[in-house]
Design a protein around this ligand. Structure first.
Ligand SMILES: C[S@@+](CC[C@H](N)C(=O)[O-])C[C@H]1O[C@@H](n2cnc3c(N)ncnc32)[C@H](O)[C@@H]1O
Length: 324
């Protein structure tokens, strides 16, 4: 089975490289608007991602960047916008036609972006399941709308590969569909739907557990948006299945003794009589000031059963700050 769905996936993306299909994957995520960045029309048509993995916060100090599953190259170009040096971004894809389309689009991008040279991107044929990259050489590794296609075993291999090539403290930034409902087996095993990023989605918590079990000590859930519906009129399902897409940053921090710090957008606010509340574990809550906290800290604070600490629900929109 393994080879069969993986090769169906490659066939789907060979076709998507030769005949760009607008609306394959993609969500309402806005396209980056940055000074002097012009995305060629063909790249926009080939935007097969389901969110964004490019965030300036990850791209300080001239990081080495790896992008797995290049598509038409839009995000590769966006990453190159920040690195601007030869080979600053390595792009990997196993589909020759996709590599060629990406290469052509990058050449096209040179004419509309005076700051850009194709040599900024080192495109290589290769596979997410066996990355042609040395251990611990990458600062930022990205994948957008690829890992959801993989069944359990390959998903584990793909995440382990990203972990292997990242330097300590390096970041895996990803965007992928997730689904809180149980995906029916017939859809899960439909190779075409899987390849189209429609039926491989797993629940968010399961995805997060996979990342932490491989060793990522800090996780940020940065965004969650509606993605697709599988409805009984168009798909072989009895119920409506709602799929969302998430943006996650998994940091190769050492694993804390009491488990990973997973930020899902929870905030604590102390509203007692004192100036502050100190939990003596590194969290100081100033009176009536919000503090971003990880889910572990939220659980610890809730277990104190105090009537002067408010803990918000997860917003799934975490953009830094707080302490852990
Ligand atoms: C849904 S598209 C996403 C493309 C791009 N990330 C984007 O956001 O537009 C999936 C990409 O992964 C590539 N791909 C398919 N199988 C792969 C594998 N086993 N390893 C790495 N990339 C793969 C496809 O050729 C395609 O470029």
């Amino acid at each position: 089975m393994r080879d069969s769905y993986l090769s169906t996936t490659k066939d789907v993306y060979k076709e998507a490289a030769l005949n760009p299909e607008k609306g394959l994957c993609c969500t309402t995520t806005p396209i980056w608007q940055l000074p002097d960045l012009t995305i060629p029309g063909k790249m926009l048509e080939m935007n097969y991602g389901c969110g964004s993995t490019v965030n300036p916060r990850d791209l300080v100090n001239n990081p080495s960047i790896l992008y797995v599953g290049v598509g038409g190259g839009m995000e590769v170009l966006e990453f190159a916008y920040f690195s601007r040096r030869e080979g600053g971004v390595i792009g990997i894809d196993p589909v020759t036609e996709m590599i060629n389309a990406c290469k052509e689009n990058l050449v096209e991008a040179e004419s509309s972006n005076s700051w850009f040279k194709s040599e900024f991107v080192d495109l290589r044929e290769g596979d997410a399941l066996s990355l042609p990259i040395e251990d611990e050489t990458i600062d930022v590794a990205a994948q957008n709308c690829l890992f959801n296609i993989f069944h359990d075993e390959e998903l584990e291999t793909a995440i382990k590969e990203m972990y292997r090539v990242l330097k300590p403290r390096g970041r895996l930034v990803l965007s992928d569909p997730v689904c809180e409902q149980l995906m029916p087996e017939n859809l899960k095993n439909d190779e075409q739907l899987r390849a189209l990023c429609l039926s491989g989605a797993i629940p968010l918590n399961e995805y997060l557990k996979r990342l932490t079990s491989i060793g990522f000590g800090t996780i940020e859930v940065r965004a969650k948006r509606p993605y697709r519906l599988l409805d009984p009129k168009h798909y072989d399902t009895n119920e409506l299945i709602f799929i969302e897409s998430v943006e996650i940053c998994a940091i190769k921090d050492p694993m804390p003794e009491d488990g990973a710090c997973v930020f899902t957008g929870k905030t604590a606010i102390y509203y007692g009589e004192n100036e502050l509340f100190d939990d003596n574990k590194g969290h100081i809550l100033l009176q009536n000031q919000p503090l971003a906290i990880c889910d572990k800290t939220a659980g610890d604070l809730a277990s104190l059963v105090r009537d002067d600490i408010f803990i918000s629900e997860s917003t799934f929109f975490y953009d830094g700050g707080g302490c852990c």
